[in-house]
Write a protein that binds this ligand. Structure first.
Ligand code: ATP
Length: 371
């Protein structure tokens, strides 16, 4: 895909080598772009297992490898590279990752002690330097001249003629100043909003033509994670996640298997009977990620998922989303989190006043204010 640059945007330290050929670990993606549920669970479990081993080898005694009853990572898989694990006692203690050297884990001691089985979820994120998904086959998302005009602002489109393609297994950051149109773009993908003109195709369906009664079926294909978690306060962790499956009519037997499995993957198996107000912000966001992924959707749409979290906890959430992405789930995330974008070096789409002004593989954040 062509990169779009406008002279108005400063590139800063975004420029980098993007020559390494890449293959995503997307062994759970099926021919039609959907996720095979069992492969998806297996793939995350394999990622977990591979990472437990690498973390244990380099961070003992914080993380001990099991005797190795674990399955081997599949051919072509990308077990995470070992990096230094740092344990911080408060988020303030957490060391900052030096620019350009990837992220250093900064996890509170309390979290590690209370969640011993989940260390692999919080193992270091790093720029592995070679993750670019080939732009071939049918895109998961295709926008063609998509324009959205809010009735309250008829002369100022929130999105103006946006065209882009996002392919299965990509991890895409959407960045830009406040008001540039990021949330509006995400809302077009979930059909919270219908484009005023142009085409918005998600998972093969033209959402500009999709009948309202079919929208719930579309949403089964899309997990959503928001800044404010949106958990149901009177339901336990288990019930919050189970509710997502109940709403789409999953049998109780399936729910009983899938919910604990997903909570284990996000490191909350021990807290499934807690209520949201008994959890930290990071734990609440992990519940919300569990809820988003429990149905193994092929697409995760995240609107500032770390916006309410301190840097140490944000890292855990990003770690989790990165891990989910590596099993084949396409992730599109609007964010103001400069450090994260600069560290992960995934595809970056930058918006300015409703226009795409940059579309860059392995991009950096650029120069946008948070407010
Ligand atoms: N419901 C609405 N009615 C009218 N205008 C709106 C509405 N929602 C958003 N807008 C306008 O549309 C434009 C894009 O808003 P949007 O929320 O998509 O921006 P954003 O990039 O997500 O901002 P932020 O980073 O602050 O979340 C802004 O000018 C905003 O004022």
């Amino acid at each position: 895909m062509a990169n779009h640059f406008r002279s108005s945007e400063r590139q800063g330290d975004d420029r980098l080598d993007s020559t390494s050929p890449q293959v995503p670990q997307a062994d759970a993606v099926q021919g039609d772009g959907s996720i095979d549920p069992q492969s998806h669970v297996d793939a995350i479990a394999r990622e977990e297992a591979a990472n437990v081993r690498s973390t244990a080898a380099h961070a003992a005694p914080v993380a001990q490898a099991p005797a190795d009853p674990t399955p081997q990572a599949p051919a072509g898989a990308e077990p995470l590279q070992p990096v230094t694990t740092v344990t911080a006692h408060t988020p303030e203690d957490a060391p900052q990752a030096p620019r350009g050297e990837g992220l250093v884990v900064s996890q509170t001691a309390g979290d590690i002690e209370s969640q011993p089985e989940t260390k692999s979820v919080f193992a270091p994120l790093q720029d592995d330097g070679n993750r670019v998904v080939p732009h071939t086959g049918r895109p998961t998302i295709s926008l063609r001249n998509a324009t959205l005009i809010y009735p309250a602002q008829p002369n100022k489109p929130a999105l103006d003629g946006v065209s882009l393609d996002i392919y299965p297994g990509e991890f895409v950051f959407v960045v830009g100043h406040s008001g540039s149109g990021k949330s509006t773009l995400l809302k077009l993908l979930t059909r919270e909003l219908r484009a005023t003109s142009g085409k918005v195709i998600v998972a093969g369906q033209d959402l500009t033509k999709l009948r309202d009664r079919k929208v719930p079926y579309l949403r089964r294909q899309i997990g959503t994670v928001y800044q404010d978690f949106k958990l149901l306060p009177d339901k336990t962790v288990y019930e919050n996640v189970a509710f997502a499956l109940e709403c789409i009519g999953k049998p109780r037997a399936v729910i009983k298997v899938q919910v604990p499995e997903t909570l284990r993957l996000v490191g909350l198996a021990e807290k499934m009977d807690n209520y949201p107000d008994q959890l930290s912000g990071g734990e609440q966001q992990r519940v919300s990620v569990a809820r988003a992924m429990v149905n193994r959707p092929p697409l995760l749409v995240c609107d500032e998922p770390t916006g309410n979290l301190d840097p140490a906890i944000s890292l855990g959430i990003m770690r989790l989303l990165d891990r989910i992405n590596r099993t084949g789930t396409t992730v599109v995330m609007a964010t103001h989190d400069r450090e994260m974008v600069d560290s992960m070096r995934r595809r970056v789409i930058a918006l300015e006043a409703g226009h795409v002004v940059r579309d860059q593989e392995k991009g950096g954040y650029g120069f946008y204010g948070a407010i």
